[in-house]
Design a binder for this molecule. Structure first.
Ligand code: ADP
Length: 710
């Protein structure tokens, strides 16, 4: 084979063997590099064959390498050769076998450290899965020598061999592949592999860089890559600065976080400090100056002008005396989290501001009533320190009489999520006083962030006490009414009895006196009249008291018919006074007929009674669409008496002038007011009198009348 100028220039040793017969290899070509590297003349090497210069210990390995080469077509291996100076040199071989040309082409390189130049364990793999490379580090890792491994199937050593051979066939490299490895058929360790494709035209093979994950975790590229990746995922960048030189070294991720182009960065601390938010600059400068461990959140303004939140941590690396030599730190982008935190804090502040000010109390409790949270209003209203009562049962401050109802409400709430269960409770304050609350339980046990039953309540103590007072007053009134009824009974029954006795005995007396003296007779008649008047008075009083005590019996009543009845009852009076009663159309109303009849009767009879001397009474009864009226042409009433005439026993005349008890109008007022109406009078002395009244709420269509009247 002819030499080539390039091969003459090449530093690497090139050799071509030609196969002449079985196991008969002859060197066809050696380039000058052989002489430079091993010191022997080329002729000598050619004449003796390279095998003669091999370290005897490597002979067997070399023989096997050759056999493997013939089998797999390409090979990488190393062995040792003697130099002219007597020492041995490591040679790294790359060989190819061409079956058609019956030649082996090989390149050998002297490796200075007697090792592969690589710092990693390497396995060469052909596309059909045979091992064609196995360096010293691989030998150490597997504890299998090169000559044993070369030419073997990769499947003997690696579990994931198929993935690797497929990748070689497809000519694509693999960055990371983890595969269990075997040594003599036994799984020994996990390897981290990367596959490069060596593609020299006709022969494609793979070069596996192999890391024993457990053993090599500290130093290799894999870790650097892993670190870079994890920094990028966590958005954490690292930096280091030698104390005193004012320079910073950043990790790749820090450039990403701060959006700084590495070419633009001058690595000066001041340049970095300028990027810090004005409001945070002082504190960051301060911690850097101290040259000690620190941890803080601060803002950065990136070159685009946007503000970023970062979490910064740093620590110093000290010399033996404890003097800081370097500061090493990390910067993590926490913008998203921080903005969320700020939004959350705002929401929290908003919620707190409201909860702190509301007058209602709010608690969150578990199913048993154990307090988790209590609103500050508890302290204001009940005096308990809300932090101290957390963990206590609400039952501790509850009125014993409310235990059952609260236990039941709590159980109902547990079984009905999201529904408000109303409660009314008494709670003891720190001074032992009871407070009333109306509120509810809402089961939010399944709501994330709450996970509790929420109890809320508004204090009703004042209202409850007022109600209590009112109830008391009502009781008093009932009692007083009972008294009054008693009194009415006594008045009507017991007091009428002696009057009847007087009347009866007067009659007996009259029978026994043969010739009564006219004066005596007059006296007896006076007594009789007084008795009759007293009887009438008692009768009226009884009517009045009954109007207040007996419950009304309301129904829909046609007033035309009712008042016609009243007028016919008064027929005797009308004739006696030669008077006249005119009835205008009256509505149908919802009232107690007996009582309203009493009102009309009292008013009409007053109209008939208080007529001017020698002027027959004319009484008109009607309804003007808003109010009822009873109008007469009688003596009239002076304005200053208009209100007083509705009081009991209030009369403007003597019994001699006009009979009566002074109770009639008071009874009318009482009845009208019971019907939610009012009554008043319009009159002038000598001009006749009109009494008006309304009937209110008890009569739907008249409700406006009631409001407008008076
Ligand atoms: P009495 O039994 O005296 O009628 P009332 O309560 O009905 O009692 O009336 C109280 C007083 O009002 C009467 O005594 C009278 O002085 C005056 N009064 C009532 N109605 C009229 C009227 N229609 N005309 C003039 N005065 C009246």
């Amino acid at each position: 084979m002819k030499s080539h100028p390039l091969l003459d220039l090449c530093h690497e040793m090139v050799v071509v063997w030609r196969l002449h017969g079985p196991d008969d290899w002859q060197i066809e070509y050696l380039n000058p590099a052989w002489e430079n590297n091993l010191g022997w003349p080329r002729e000598q090497l050619k004449a003796n064959g390279l095998r003669a210069f091999t370290l005897p210990a490597d002979n067997e390995l070399t023989r096997i390498a050759l056999v493997s080469l013939l089998k797999v077509g390409s090979l990488t291996f190393n062995n040792r050769y003697q130099h002219a100076d007597g020492t041995y040199r490591w040679l790294l071989w790359k060989c190819r076998y061409s079956q058609s040309q019956k030649r082996i082409y090989a390149v050998a390189r002297a490796s200075a450290d007697q090792q592969y130049p690589e710092n990693n364990a390497i396995i060469g793999v052909t596309s059909n899965g045979y091992i064609n490379g196995w360096n010293r580090l691989t030998e150490n890792m597997f504890n299998i020598e090169m000559w044993e491994a070369l030419g073997e199937k990769l499947s003997l050593y690696l579990d994931r061999h198929q993935v690797i051979t497929d990748a070689i066939k497809d000519r694509h490299s693999i960055e990371y592949l983890i595969s269990p490895a075997y040594r003599k058929g036994q799984k020994v360790f996990n390897l981290l592999l990367s596959l490069d494709i060596q593609d020299d035209d006709r022969l494609v093979y793979g070069r596996l860089t192999v890391h024993d994950i457990a053993a090599s975790i500290h130093t290799n590229n894999y870790l650097a890559t892993l670190l870079r990746r994890s920094q990028s995922i966590a958005k954490i960048g690292g930096w280091v600065s030698d104390i005193g030189d004012g320079l910073l070294v950043w990790s790749e991720e820090l450039f990403n976080i701060l959006e700084v182009n590495p070419i633009d960065f001058d690595h000066r601390i001041e340049t970095f400090l300028k990027m810090i938010h004005p409001q945070d600059q002082q504190v960051v400068q301060e911690v850097l100056r101290r040259e000690q461990k620190y941890s803080l959140d601060h803002r950065i303004i990136i070159p685009g002008g946007e503000t970023r939140w970062v979490h910064a941590e740093a620590d110093s690396i000290n010399d033996a005396q404890g003097k800081p030599l370097q500061l090493v730190g990390t910067i993590q982008d926490i913008t998203t989290k921080k903005l969320l935190d700020i939004a959350l804090q705002d929401a929290e502040a908003w919620y707190r501001a409201i909860v702190n000010r509301i007058s209602s109390i709010i608690v969150t409790i578990d199913e048993q009533g154990v307090l988790k949270y209590g609103s500050p209003s508890i302290e204001r209203i009940l005096g308990y320190n809300v932090e101290k009562i957390a963990g206590h049962s609400i039952f501790e401050a509850l009125h014993p009489d409310d235990f059952t109802s609260v236990t039941q409400s709590l159980a109902t709430s547990v079984n009905s999520p999201d529904q408000a269960i109303n409660i009314s409770v008494r709670v003891r304050d720190t001074k032992g006083e009871w407070h009333w609350f109306d509120g509810s339980f809402i089961n939010l046990l399944n709501q994330s962030g709450v996970g509790a039953i929420v109890g809320s309540g508004r204090e009703t103590t004042e209202r409850v006490l007022l109600e209590e007072k009112l109830r008391h007053k009502a009781n008093e009134l009932t009692w007083a009414n009972a008294e009054l009824r008693e009194f009415a009974y006594v008045a009507s029954h017991d007091m009428k009895e002696p009057l009847r006795t007087i009347s009866v005995y007067l009659d007996i007396l009259l029978k026994y006196i043969e010739n009564p003296d006219p004066d005596m007779m007059e006296a007896i008649i006076f007594i009789k009249q007084a008795v009759t008047r007293s009887n009438g008075l008692l009768e009226d009083l009884l009517t009045y008291s009954r109007a207040g005590t007996v419950p009304p019996n309301n129904r829909q009543v046609n007033l035309n018919r009712l008042v016609t009845g009243v007028v016919s009852n008064l027929q005797g009076r009308i004739e006696q006074t030669k008077g006249r009663v005119t009835l205008h159309s009256l509505p149908s109303v919802f009232i107690d007929p007996t009582r309203i009849a009493q009102v009309f009767q009292n008013l009409i009879s007053n109209g008939l009674k208080f007529h001017k001397p020698n002027v027959p009474p004319v009484v008109e009864v009607g309804f003007d669409g808003a109010k009822f009226y009873v109008k007469d042409n009688g003596i009239g009433i002076a304005k200053n008496h208009h209100a007083d005439i509705f009081r009991v026993f209030y009369r403007l005349h003597s019994f001699e002038t006009y009979s009566g008890s002074g109770i009639g109008l008071a009874t009318c007022k009482k009845i009208v007011e019971q019907h939610a109406g009012c009554i008043w009078v319009e009159s002038q002395p000598g001009e006749g009198t009109t009494v008006f009244f309304t009937l209110g709420a008890s009569h739907g269509e008249n409700s406006q009348i009631a409001a407008g009247g008076g």
